[in-house]
Design a binder for this molecule. Structure first.
Ligand SMILES: [Fe+2]
Length: 284
């Protein structure tokens, strides 16, 4: 999900783990692994607790079922190729090894939220910056922030597709050319309505259905079941870039592409041509 503007370990007052000292200590410990990591080093192991492994097992089993009904074919294929562990939290080094092999994309640990430009900019180097902590065990199907379930079941699953991995790199390159805050803001909204919350039409056994390809939907137990109730608008990059969104609630508006090929073609073309000038020309 979109990274907040500053690196912070403080949890908001309504975070389910905010008053659980053991949870806070675990987060601090896991964050430290990310903080100490330097690019080029082997990615260190995080020793997850049995409780944390159980959260992963519970959520990943449910999401795997839901993906069969609600995720698009490109994602379901990617998920099969990625073959994540079912009963324990995956180690980033093993996911990184898989995505390198499948699509030449790297996963790197970070301690927590990183600055927006750093997060997007790393994509240009085919590198995804990933948090490693997991949501609080009291509410396994909810997280107010991106956790390892979101990063891996959402984003890494997409990155198992070489075509989608290329799109992430194209997005990263576009972000580097969007040097003004306004141009980056427009880009961020397009990223949100596509790589985070994108949906598309897909013909399947049940006829034409709207299915999810964005990481935010793929990793959300609640939202993936109800996103078809949102107002589904036709594909329109200009509208995406100017539509505001609220990260704290289910998205009331989504934009549907005609197909995965259309996503790759239209969004790829947008990213490839995007810079401060194209933003200015379209908003003169
Ligand atoms: Fe995300």
């Amino acid at each position: 999900m979109e990274r907040m503007a500053e690196l912070t370990m403080e949890l908001p007052a309504d975070h389910p783990g905010v008053s659980d000292e053991d949870y806070l200590a675990r987060r601090a410990h896991i964050a430290e692994v990310g903080r100490r990591y330097r690019p080029g080093d082997p990615i260190p192991e995080v020793h997850y607790s049995a409780e944390e492994d159980q959260v992963w097992a519970t959520v990943s089993a449910e999401l795997a079922q839901l993906h069969q009904r609600f995720a698009c074919a490109e994602v379901r294929d990617g998920s099969e190729r990625l073959a994540l562990p079912k009963n324990r939290v995956p180690q980033l080094h093993e996911v990184d090894a898989r995505t390198r092999q499948l699509s030449d994309f790297r996963i790197r640990p970070v301690p927590g939220l990183v600055p927006t430009r750093e997060f997007y900019g790393s994509l240009a180097e085919r590198t995804f910056l990933s948090t490693q902590y997991i949501r609080h065990h009291s509410v396994p199907f909810y997280t107010p922030e991106p956790d390892i379930v979101h990063e891996i079941i959402g984003h890494a699953t997409m990155l198992a597709s070489p075509r989608l991995a290329d799109l992430y790199e194209q997005a990263g390159r576009a972000s580097l050319r969007a040097t003004s805050d306004e141009a980056l803001d427009f880009f961020s909204r397009v990223f949100w309505f596509t790589l985070e919350f994108g949906v598309l039409h897909e013909d399947g056994p049940d006829g034409d259905q709207v299915r999810a390809y964005g990481a935010g939907l793929l990793s959300s137990y609640g939202e993936i079941q109800v996103f078809r109730d949102a107002e589904i608008r036709p594909w329109d990059i200009q509208a995406m870039g100017t539509t505001t969104y609220d990260i704290t609630q289910y998205q009331p508006v989504l934009f549907a592409a005609e197909s995965m090929d259309a996503v790759l073609e239209d969004l790829g073309a947008f990213f490839d041509s995007y810079d401060d000038d194209t933003y200015r020309r379209n908003h003169a």
